[in-house]
Design a protein around this ligand. Sequence first.
Ligand code: GDP
Length: 459
Amino acid sequence: AAFSSLTDRLSSAFRHLRSKGRLTDADIDGTIREIRRALLDADVALEVVRPFTARIRERALGEEVSQALNPAQQVVRIVNEELTTILGAGVDRPLNVAKNPPTVIMLAGLQGAGKTTLAGKLGYWLRDAGHTPILVAADLQRPNAVTQLQVVGERAGVPVYAPQKGVQSDGGEAVASPGMTSGDPVAVARDAVELARTKLYDTVIIDTAGRLGVDEDLMRQARDIRDAVHPDEILFVIDAMIGQDAVRTAEAFDKGVDFTGVVLSKLDGDARGGAALSVASVTGKPILFASTGEGLKDFEVFHPDRMASRILDMGDILTLIEQAQRQFDEEEARKATRKMSEGTFGLDDFMDQLQQVRKLGSMKSLLGMIPGMAQHRRELEQFDEKEIDRTEAIIQSMTPEERRNPDIIDGSRRARIAYGAGTTVSAVNGLLQRFEQAATMMRRMANRGMNGVIPGFGG
Ligand code: GDP
């Protein structure tokens, strides 16, 4: 994920500190130097790093640390608080909703930032929450931007308003178009808001054109759309992988369209990501959402405190639980829990659980939310969905009786199963062993009442 190397560096800075009993000023200065270097190497802007480390230094040399029983922990706590501040703790708020619908949300940003993808995610998320959004294609620069938005809308089940004659896109229902606005994004946006008002769509999400670099024409067009529809929210979408240019770009858009909130996109990428961390601090605008993949559900509400603890490898269990709730089938989960506590959890159920895991989609983006996971991240990032395929093939070549009661699977059955699944006996042995471990762990968890432990798999 975007912040993995930053997390590694910060963890190692704190590790040095933890090995000491008392902290001298020199220890603290050394740690702050490491933190500073880690942030700069992660592309966090110097103008953000400088005051950040100064505040940490001031607090760490003060009483709260020197008087503490566990000074190293106090330093971590201070860094956590200051990082939360940088990420916009003082200004964070939920999405603005209009008192009189429709709520108008306009998306701005460079081409490729992830605006169109975000429009779909946002639409899907709003629909899921009981809203009736409509997407508007006001990007008339890029040749297939309109088509792309239509595809996204269809996947999200959200209607799309586009400026072609007799617009046909539907995410369930067709949206009529006056067919007269072709070519003028301002008119398209205005017509769409009017349509939403009469057809009772409660949220209008306007996708606007982006250029490869900031340019004045683009900015003027975005301003014209803004002035025509008075958005409740202007979201500046920024690609976390863009590096040092992030600050300059954010400042240009801030000056150009005076956006109201930020969306960090591509947080799943491998880039250093730190530039994105500078944006809230430099512009003073809240980060409202994070985009973490190409799928519709790879999207989350941004919380500065949760992100800070993720970066510091202190975990983000709240987001993890929310994501899991969105993706897991509760009925399935209840059934599995019951079977676990009854001790009748078989390989068929194991396979159902693997399907649930697969549904979690990009597992990798969830890894950083589990506290202490940074050390294991490398192994886990090698987690391979094909492994689930192989496991399923093995279970599928067992008889129903064998799946219910794996104890009967002896040597000759193992050979038959391996042959049927096109794999080796040792792969079958490995799976049975993992199943046994998982079953034991599940029994223990069921006894403890599912105390928030995530069942492990892979061995
Ligand atoms: P736009 O030009 O701002 O509308 O950007 P798009 O929505 O077309 O996105 C540009 C590319 O980035 C597309 O290939 C998207 O699939 C991809 N993309 C968008 N958001 C994310 C994200 O959060 N993670 C990843 N990995 N890719 C993304």
